[in-house]
Design a protein around this ligand. Structure first.
Ligand SMILES: [Ca+2]
Ligand SMILES: [Ca+2]
Ligand SMILES: [Ca+2]
Length: 162
């Protein structure tokens, strides 16, 4: 197997991996990725996500047979060139593809939310946020924090978020 072939196999598999990442309960399912230490990885190590991943007959239990079959399938998903071995490149690339897909998903979500926020700020919907509209939103923010209504935000106000 040449390096060129490996590269082509990686490119061919990337859309499948991206789909897998989007539909999966968490970004990481293998024990080793805990070292990366993100919150997504941490949530991937719960018993709930373990059951979701390995309880293939849906009886609420994971037998050794189910677990072993699941691990074998996972190993196969790492082995991008199908040579029966998982190289460092394959292992890292499999994760990189899922991470890229997850980051792209989050980015697009955040951008959509930014459009929504703009829609709220632009109260007359003329696609332009005037300073008055910006102040309007600031005024709501201030009022929510100024719970005793004395015109000052300080420790006597009981709301800790707006
Ligand atoms: Ca089961
Ligand atoms: Ca391989
Ligand atoms: Ca406006």
């Amino acid at each position: 197997m040449t390096t060129k072939t490996t590269g082509a196999a990686l490119v061919a598999l990337t859309p499948l991996l991206a789909l897998a990442a989007l539909s999966g309960p968490a970004l990481a399912q293998d024990g080793e990725s805990a070292a990366i230490g993100t919150r997504a990885n941490a949530s991937g190590h719960s018993k709930t996500s373990f059951l979701e991943t390995y309880d293939t007959n849906g009886d609420g239990k994971v037998s050794v047979a189910e677990f072993t079959a699941g691990r074998a399938a996972k190993y196969k998903s790492f082995d991008l060139d199908g040579d029966g071995q998982v190289s460092q490149t394959e292992y890292v690339e499999e994760y990189r593809a899922r991470l890229d897909a997850e980051l792209a998903r989050r980015r697009s979500l955040q951008i959509r939310q930014t459009y929504v926020r703009y829609g709220v700020l632009d109260t007359d919907h003329d696609q332009n946020m005037s300073l008055a509209e910006f102040h309007e939103s600031g005024s709501r923010m201030f009022k929510r924090l100024d719970t005793n209504g004395d015109g000052v935000i300080d420790e006597r106000d009981t709301s800790d978020h707006y």
